[in-house]
Design a protein around this ligand. Structure first.
Ligand SMILES: Cc1cc2nc3c(=O)[nH]c(=O)nc-3n(C[C@H](O)[C@H](O)[C@H](O)COP(=O)(O)OP(=O)(O)OC[C@H]3O[C@@H](n4cnc5c(N)ncnc54)[C@H](O)[C@@H]3O)c2cc1C
Length: 282
């Protein structure tokens, strides 16, 4: 289908971009990779009057360090190919590598994925497990929100109409991993599990475990984290903790792709895989 007519604006600075978003609040939308927004516009599920192209604001790139900083328009392919992320935050590069197909990965951006907040999106779970800060700029200045607070509900995030995500930053998490069961056609997660562990002397000091695909939004699962903390990560401990993965998830998703029971069972298996892979890196 053909979208409704819209104006196209191409600002050259973040300040100019948020000014345009503010002037057209309610009808303007940022355009990043276009791989979620354009399909919605073609289906006329979204009909913004003004598209603000944020592709030329200099927001792309990965800065290794502590914190690691990833610009909002960095593509999934760049995340997947990053040697720095593979060593220091493999949960993020692994999640990006499993998104869609090469075309989606070369156009889609981390900022777009987080702002869109698809309940089956991969990067939201990865940044929640990293306990990342989402850096946001609006007409009234810059602020940072913890990923766990940013994702609030189905397609609902802490982002005002005149605000842009400019970056994501997080402490290195070398003992981290992502495992997912993809829906065969789109590759969106039927279940996706992101794990980040802090292990010393063979004991798990703390764990951050986040899920996608099974609930309304990416979120941590405290029951699993508590079952891992203070334990040595042998197969039995990991399997026991993974059994709790759907605990506390309200209204497990059920749709044409999978029943709620199937998702619950698969989540246990993929939780075991993600935690074991993260533990092997500790
Ligand atoms: C065939 C197909 C398969 C896919 N498979 C997967 C998959 O397996 N896993 C997965 O996670 N995703 C998948 N996706 C979605 C893909 O990852 C998108 O790239 C992503 O969801 C949106 O990123 P984008 O840069 O394309 O954003 P856009 O489509 O440009 O924008 C999406 C939304 O975010 C807003 N936005 C964009 N950037 C910003 C910003 N910096 N600040 C504030 N708001 C912003 C836009 O206004 C819009 O509302 C798939 C998409 C397609 C078409």
């Amino acid at each position: 289908m053909i979208p409704v007519a819209f104006d196209y604006r191409r600002p050259t600075s973040v300040e100019e971009a948020v000014q345009i978003l503010s002037e057209h609040a309610g009808e303007a939308r940022a355009l990043a990779g276009g791989h979620s927004l354009i399909p919605l516009m073609k289906l006329r599920l979204s009909a913004p009057g003004v598209l603000v192209d944020i592709g030329r604001l200099g927001l792309s790139g990965i800065e290794d360090g502590n914190p690691i900083r990833v610009g909002a328009t960095t593509t999934h392919a760049e995340l997947a190919a990053s040697a720095a992320l593979a060593s220091n935050a493999p949960v993020l590069s692994e999640a990006a590598a499993q998104i869609g197909d090469p075309q989606v990965r070369h156009r889609g951006t981390i900022g777009g994925s987080l702002a869109h907040a698809d309940p089956a999106g991969d990067l939201p779970a990865a940044v929640v497990a990293l306990d990342a800060e989402i850096v946001i700029t609006g007409t009234s200045g810059e602020r940072a929100v913890r990923a766990g607070d940013f994702f609030q509900d189905l397609f609902t995030v802490d982002l005002a109409e005149d605000e842009l995500i400019t970056a994501v930053r997080f402490a290195p998490a070398p003992a981290s991993a992502y495992a997912k069961l993809p829906q065969r056609a789109s590759h969106y997660a039927l279940v996706g599990i992101a794990a980040a562990l802090d292990v010393s002397g063979g004991t798990c000091q703390s764990a951050r475990i986040a899920v996608t695909g099974i609930g309304s939004h990416s979120q941590r699962v405290p029951a699993v984290e508590e079952a891992l903390a203070g334990r040595s990560l042998d197969d039995g401990t990991i399997a026991e903790a993974a059994e709790l993965i759907a605990d506390g998830i309200r209204d497990v998703n059920e749709d044409i792709h999978a029943s709620a029971d199937y998702r619950r069972e698969m989540a246990k298996i993929f939780a075991r895989r993600a935690i074991a892979a993260a533990a092997a890196r500790a």
